[in-house]
Design a protein around this ligand. Structure first.
Ligand SMILES: Cc1cc2nc3c(=O)[nH]c(=O)nc-3n(C[C@H](O)[C@H](O)[C@H](O)COP(=O)(O)OP(=O)(O)OC[C@H]3O[C@@H](n4cnc5c(N)ncnc54)[C@H](O)[C@@H]3O)c2cc1C
Length: 429
């Protein structure tokens, strides 16, 4: 088994990173080489803006190269919750922004000719308990009526054509949702940004930021560059570089581990017995699972598994064992199927599980997608590019307040308690 992201292992790495020292003067500097930062850089470079991107590790090293591969429309925290939180008009607009983000990815892929196996697969949200089916169905009726007619309810009997598991009690189908190869997309974005003129440095963690004339100087171990404006696109990894000038975000983002295993390629009989519908699937549990088939027909099966703020080989292996048990409980016929990959990454949660994008402390920022960012990050990247060019009106999160999390400065000491609370809710539901 490889303790490595399947997306990293099966995509051609970005090969055009700057080799020399970090130096020069730019209009905009972007910190972070995931979907958010890369699409901001791509858009800025296309518009003729002088842009530099600094990435601590390599392009796609964060969530963008480690996720489950789902481009799900609908919100992480639900439409009804968004209505209660922000009011009907804003919730409606936010829901539509998720739809738009997937359309935007499709456009970017076409514009930049990125071969990344994008497919409008649809997403199934599956009721893990009979008691969950009623709540899920009520949510479906509200969404279908008010904001997304491209949705459908499936009773338990109808699920047989979609999924080869007896574990579920009905499900909601989101027709607009999609899937793609995340490694090929993230490297394709970097290649496109570079082609349009962006300068991308990897292995260049930003460790300092200070005033320089009308702009900022960004310091890395490989040198310093100057930029008039700065975009922070560091998401769940905002705490990963010691001394990084990102404390504002560390106090507002909770970084939680999420973990994934991928089987060997399944044969046609196994595919038909497992996911004949070939959609992205998520379960209704708080500590739930998400899964889909890869382009080469592996089952990519993820979940929170453990409430850990660490993703390294040891932590990933422990979570992988938990995930394998969940996978076999759902699909007993896969009990002897080999697991080829096991990996994990950090998800950037906000307290209310809605993302944030705006300007703070002299930086534009977009993050906190709360496990639902593979699609929204492309749209927010574009909105951040607009903001850096002084254009308003494309940020769907404009004006949302973002208070600090009390007693939190970056290390989520409270995760085991949150895990116990969600576990209890799952048992009692
Ligand atoms: C296991 C897992 C499964 C997921 N599954 C899904 C899914 O199926 N669907 C979905 O919608 N979302 C999913 N997500 C979430 C999604 O991947 C993220 O929301 C999205 O990739 C965020 O992109 P980003 O560009 O904002 O951040 P990232 O991709 O995390 O990029 C941030 C980058 O900033 C860099 N960085 C940090 N600090 C510095 C510094 N000081 N200097 C320079 N660089 C720095 C990091 O190295 C990193 O590369 C998942 C996440 C994980 C971890």
């Amino acid at each position: 088994m490889k303790y490595l992201s399947y997306w990293h292992d099966t995509a051609t790495p970005f090969a055009d990173a700057q080799q020399g020292p970090v130096e020069g003067s730019f209009d905009v500097a972007v910190i972070g080489g995931g979907f958010t930062g890369l699409n901001a850089a791509r858009k800025l470079a296309r518009e003729g803006v002088r842009v530099a991107l600094l990435e601590a590790a390599h392009v796609g090293a964060g969530g963008s190269g480690r996720n489950g591969g789902h481009l799900n429309n609908g919100m992480a925290h639900g439409y009804a919750e968004a209505k209660a939180h922000f009011g009907a008009e804003r919730a409606h607009a936010l829901y539509k922004a998720y739809d738009r983000s997937i359309d935007m990815i499709e456009d970017v892929i076409a514009e930049e000719r990125i071969a990344c196996d994008f497919r409008r697969s649809g997403k199934l949200k599956l009721a893990s308990k009979p008691s969950h089916a009623a709540g899920l169905r009520a949510g479906f009726e509200l969404i279908h009526r008010e904001v997304d007619p491209d949705t459908r309810w499936l009773d338990k009997a109808e699920l047989g054509a979609e999924i080869g598991s007896e574990a579920f009690h009905g499900g909601m189908l989101y027709g607009k949702s999609a899937m793609m190869h995340m490694g090929r997309y993230v490297n394709g974005l970097a290649t496109a940004a570079h082609r349009h003129g962006a300068m991308i440095w990897d292995r260049a963690p930003v460790t300092g930021r200070s005033r320089s004339g009308t702009g900022w100087a960004l310091t890395t171990p490989r040198g310093t560059l100057r930029a008039e404006r700065v975009i922070a696109a560091t998401g769940a990894y905002s705490g990963s570089v010691p001394r990084a000038p990102l404390a504002h975000f560390r106090r507002r983002i909770i970084s939680v581990g999420s973990f994934i295993v991928a089987t060997r390629p399944l044969d046609p009989g196994e595919i038909a017995a497992t996911l004949p519908g070939n959609r992205t699937c998520v379960t209704s549990m708080n500590i739930g699972n998400y899964f889909r088939l890869s382009p080469d027909n592996r089952l990519i099966f993820g979940g929170r598994a453990r409430f850990s703020a660490v993703s390294d080989q040891q932590s990933d292996a422990k979570s992988g064992a938990v995930l394998r048990r969940s996978m076999v409980a759902m699909f007993p016929h896969l009990a002897d199927v080999r697991i080829d990959y096991c990996w994990g990454g950090l998800v950037g949660m906000t307290k209310d599980r809605f993302p944030r994008a705006g300007e703070a402390g002299g930086m534009f920022y977009g993050m906190g997608y709360s496990g639902h960012g593979a699609q929204m990050s492309t749209l927010i990247g574009q909105a951040l590019a607009d903001m850096a060019m002084g254009r308003q009106g494309t940020n769907p999160l404009d004006g949302l307040d973002w208070p600090t999390i009390p007693l939190h400065s970056g290390k989520p000491w409270f995760l085991p308690l949150v895990g116990m609370w969600f576990g209890l809710k799952d048992r009692l539901s």
